[in-house]
Structure formats: C-alpha cells, structure tokens
Design a protein around this ligand. Structure first.
Ligand SMILES: Cc1cc2nc3c(=O)[nH]c(=O)nc-3n(C[C@H](O)[C@H](O)[C@H](O)COP(=O)(O)O)c2cc1C
Length: 398
C-alpha cells in the first residue's frame, strides 16, 4: 500500500476554559484550561483531535507524492499510520475509498488551504441561529449594549472637526426613492402567492444573462453579462429555488438557467416539506422562511478557481459576488413593490443535501428570499425614515 498526506490540512492548538468546582473549592478562580490540538481537514469537513506525534508524522509525509507504507512504518510504526488513515488525514492509494475521492475532488478544485478550511469548517447543519443569542440574553441591540458595552462608533474619525470639508447637498432622483424603500423584510404575507411574471422578472434581473459572449478555445466558453459585477467575469454563482407559493408553479426545488431563462425542476415537495426545508435552511429564522420563494446562492468553486488557482483572494471574491447579487435582488424586489432579505445564517449542509449538490463542487454561501409584504408589521424592520411602515405598524401603500 502507498500513502500520502491529504492535500489541505491545518493544525490549531485550541484552549477552552471550563468551569471547575474543585478549583473553586480550593480557593481558585473556578476555571480549568483545557488544551487540545486539532487538525482542520476540509475534505473531512470536521475538526479532528490529533497528538504531537500525529503532527510530526503528517509533517513528514509528502502530499504530492506517494510513499510506501512499509517504509514509513519502519520509521513511525504501523499503528500510528493506520490511525491517521482511519481519520482520513493520511490517504491510501485506493481509488475506491471515500477519503481518497474527497481529497482528489478538493485537489482538482484548486482551493487555497486557508479558504478551504474556512469554508468547509464553517458550514452549519441543524443550527437554530437565534438560540445562542437567546440563551445569552442578547436579542435586542439594547441588551447587547447592556452586556457588552457600546460598540465602536458608526464611522471613523480621521481629522479634527474644524478640518472637515463640507460637501454640496447630494442630487436626488427616482433612484434615491428606490434605494430608500429598500429594507430587509421580516414581515412577509404568509397567504399571498407570487405571480409567475414577478418571479420571472426577479430571476432575469438578478441572475439572468443580459448578454453573452462566446469565446472559441478548445471548446466554446460562454461568458455571462449580469446586472451585478463578478470577479474575473466568471459569474460562478447559481440560483437554486425553494418555491413555496408561486401561482401556477408546484412547490419544490428548482434551478434557474441564466441564458435560456428557464427553470429546471429538481424535486417536487409538499407545501409542508417546502416550509420545513425553508425554516431549517435559514437556521429557524421563521420571518425569513415565510417568503414565498427562497433562493440559495451557490458558488461553483471550480469555475472561479479555474482562473484564481490557489489564490489568496479567490474565496473573498466569491463572497463579494454573492453580496452584489443580493443587493441587486433587494433593489429588483423593491422596484416590484416586494420585500426581500439576505442571510448568511444558513444550514448549508441541509440545503445542499436537499438539492443534491456536491459540496466539494458547489457551496451555498447565502440565502435570499422575496415576496409581498404583510399588511401589518409584526417583526422588527429597520425603517427609521418611515418609508415602508406607518408608526402604528400598518403598511404604507404606494
Ligand atoms: C450578509 C448579510 C447577512 C445578514 N444576515 C441576517 C440574518 O441572519 N438575520 C437577519 O434578521 N438579518 C440579516 N441581515 C440583514 C441585516 O440585519 C440588515 O441588512 C440590517 O439590519 C440593516 O437593515 P436594512 O437591510 O433594512 O437596511 C443580513 C444582511 C447581510 C448583508
């Protein structure tokens, strides 16, 4: 058998403080420090406890060339090598093994190791995003300030007040009206369905190809023009829909094709299953799950990293692309008189599984949604200038 180290691997010495009754009884501070050494292995999508000896072996086994097991065992012993193989940190030359396949897929995608660790160890499964804050008593901004003190100020100060240069008043146009009516919607009308042409308009404005360019190389490479910028012009972000209430469209999962402007059905769902997936997808944020359509924004990493190979900025570019798409989505929704949201507090593992996405190829970075607003505001929204809601909580109709 031959072995090599997995392609992407980081180690973290972690220190956790734990309550310790014995220390308190002995007159100490009641805290015990727990030290651990962790391997952060993106292809395993988990942290794995290791020993200093494991680290020494992993540091000595190449990841780009195969080594004979027997030769390594003569130096380190067979048992520690078998242990590392079982934990997937050493990879055997066995094309059928799951760790071998995952490691190969990650190598092929040209990830930067730091970014791969950040992405694959930051994915959520079964998280309810409000619970932690609720337990800690940090729900409102007021409670946060009570517990944590004031946050840093809203803007930086770079010069003395008397050195500031006044600017002329900004110009105003209909665009400002649109911008000012943009606010994160946490009050969707749970009875209203979206019209199909509203959905089509949203998809085309946000994700649709406004133009294409075909470059002839060995094959034919299509470059999309969208209404948002994209690093390298690659537009690696796809739109996967959880449809709950759209007139004439069965609840279920769909993928939008930006050039043909069509939906690809992935799987039909009952209304209850769609609602359950929506709620789990947005980590139990019920006010977002109530939107008639939610869209998982999934980045196809190999398309981006085809150009940005092992690149320090590539993952940042992917996240920025998703942010641009979400702002275009907010504005497109506002223009249609709809509410919209974006959240990164998502259980991407559950969404990817439901959609049948291979997370080593495509990863959900955020979820957006849109739909008609409710008549009355029940959950908080940030509308300090009263553009959306009257003071009594009723909706301003335009
Ligand atoms: C990347 C990103 C993630 C967000 N995640 C959440 C979220 O998980 N839950 C939520 O209620 N709002 C979320 N928001 C919305 C913000 O809370 C909101 O933008 C902010 O309060 C300002 O309000 P406005 O968008 O109405 O101007 C998110 C916004 C962004 C840009």
């Amino acid at each position: 058998m031959r072995l090599r180290r997995c392609a992407h691997l980081l180690f973290e010495p972690r220190e956790a403080l734990q309550f310790d009754l014995d220390s308190l009884a002995a007159g100490g501070d009641g805290l015990r420090t727990q030290l651990s050494l962790l391997a952060l292995a993106p292809h395993r999508q988990q942290e794995i406890a290791v020993s200093p000896q494991d680290v020494a072996i992993l540091a000595a086994v190449p990841c780009t060339a195969w080594s004979e097991f027997d030769a390594l065992a003569a130096v380190y012993g067979a048992a520690p090598l078998q242990d590392l193989l079982a934990r997937g940190l050493l990879i055997a030359d066995d094309a059928a093994s799951v760790d071998h396949l995952r490691d190969e897929r990650l190598r092929a995608a040209n990830w930067r190791t730091l970014s791969a660790a950040q992405h694959y160890l930051g994915r959520w499964d079964g998280v309810r995003s409000g619970d932690e804050l609720q337990r800690a008593g940090y729900v409102t901004l007021g409670e946060l300030i009570d517990k944590l003190g004031e946050p840093p100020p809203a803007a930086q100060t770079c010069a003395a007040e008397d050195a500031r240069l006044p600017l002329p008043p900004p110009r105003r146009s209909a665009f400002d009206e649109l911008l000012q009516r943009r606010a994160t919607c946490r009050n969707f009308d749970t009875d209203a369905a979206l019209a199909q042409d509203e959905l089509a308009t949203m998809l085309h404005r946000v994700f649709g190809a406004q133009g294409t360019l075909t470059l002839e190389g060995g094959g034919a490479t299509t470059v999309l023009k969208r209404n948002s910028p994209s690093g390298g012009g690659l537009h690696p972000t796809g739109a996967y829909l959880i449809v709950q209430r759209v007139a004439g469209l069965a609840p279920g999962l769909y993928h939008y094709r930006p050039v043909e402007h069509v939906l690809e059905p992935i799987r039909a769902l009952t209304a209850d299953d769609a609602s359950d997936l929506a709620l789990r997808g947005v980590a139990a944020q019920a006010y977002f799950a109530a939107a008639p359509v939610l869209i998982a924004l999934a980045v196809r990493f190999p398309r981006s990293f085809w150009k940005y190979r092992n690149h320090a900025k590539a993952y940042r570019v992917a996240a920025l692309d998703v942010g641009h798409l979400s702002q275009t989505l907010y504005l497109a929704a506002t223009d249609l008189g709809l509410g919209a949201f974006v959240t990164a507090a998502v259980n991407e593992v559950e969404i990817e599984q439901a959609l049948g996405l291979d997370p080593l190829v495509e990863g959900v970075l955020a979820v957006c949604g849109f739909g008609p607003r409710a008549q009355r505001r029940a959950a908080d929204e940030f509308d300090p200038n009263g553009r959306i809601w009257h003071e009594d909580g009723s909706r301003i109709d335009r």
